[in-house]
Design a protein around this ligand. Structure first.
Ligand code: URA
Length: 239
């Protein structure tokens, strides 16, 4: 078996627990041990999959990839960089900025709610691709009153105003001008265009879930949380 090696300070950064500067400081202060021996040199190389690295005695397990959820606020782009506008990556805590995270699909600038961030392209593809039919559920406020005819039209599969055909989707009426929309694909402005095709323009949109993974109620807007193994499984489960 060939094992990859990493500098010890980079090993700590790649876990998303410290910036490079903080990692060096932790190591120099003697807080980090490799295979039971305190190491004070940040440039010491360790075998990432086999070395037993501890911080203050707690084991650190190396990760190949990283998975986070964000409660996206309105007014930021779901892009990795933009010359003029703030992106979701600008909201990340400093220790996560070196991780090469990108957004799993896009939410419009004014859309809020659950956004996944990862450095795992294959995972992102499985979440986004219509082939895997992962359900994305949105809470939409609209102008107009959604009715049973809209529910049926969504269930049959809508044709958008420009002729684009959509897969069958679910519309649940939750209030006078409020509904949940669940789709398994991610066309440009999809939910807004679907509702517009029924004469209901969207005034607010929030993503509530991806698969069976729900936006936690206690995650403040603009904050991120690492996905657990269970969260990762939920993404590919049916709600
Ligand atoms: N559909 C939209 O119209 N906008 C989003 O941000 C997400 C889905």
């Amino acid at each position: 078996m060939t094992t990859a090696t990493s500098r010890l300070d980079k090993f700590l950064c790649d876990l998303g627990i410290a910036t490079r500067r903080e990692a060096r400081e932790m190591i120099r202060r003697g807080r980090v041990a490799v295979d039971g021996v305190t190491v004070k040199e940040p440039d010491k190389h360790v075998e990432v999959q086999t070395a037993r690295v501890t911080l203050d005695g707690e084991a650190l397990v190396w990760k190949k990839n990283h998975y986070y959820m964000m409660n996206k606020p309105a007014g930021v782009l779901s892009a990795t960089e933009d010359a003029r506008q703030k992106t979701v990556l600008d909201l990340l805590p400093e220790q996560l900025r070196g991780l090469d995270l990108f957004c799993v699909g896009r939410l419009d600038c004014d859309t809020t709610g659950l956004l996944l961030l990862t450095d795992d392209g294959e995972f992102a593809h499985r979440v986004i691709s219509p082939k895997f039919a992962v359900e994305k559920m949105y809470d939409a406020s609209v102008e107009g009153v959604p009715d049973e005819a809209d529910v049926e039209a969504f269930a049959r599969g809508l044709e958008l105003r420009d002729g684009t055909k959509c897969r069958p989707a679910k519309l649940e009426i939750t209030g006078q001008s409020r509904c949940f929309v669940t789709v398994t694909e991610g066309k440009y402005h999809q939910v807004k265009r679907m509702l517009a095709s029924r004469g209901k323009s969207v005034t607010a949109l929030k993503r509530l879930s991806i698969g069976a993974l729900k936006l936690p109620e206690d995650l403040p807007e603009g904050s991120v949380r690492e996905l657990t193994e269970e969260d990762l499984c939920r993404v590919f489960m049916v709600r």
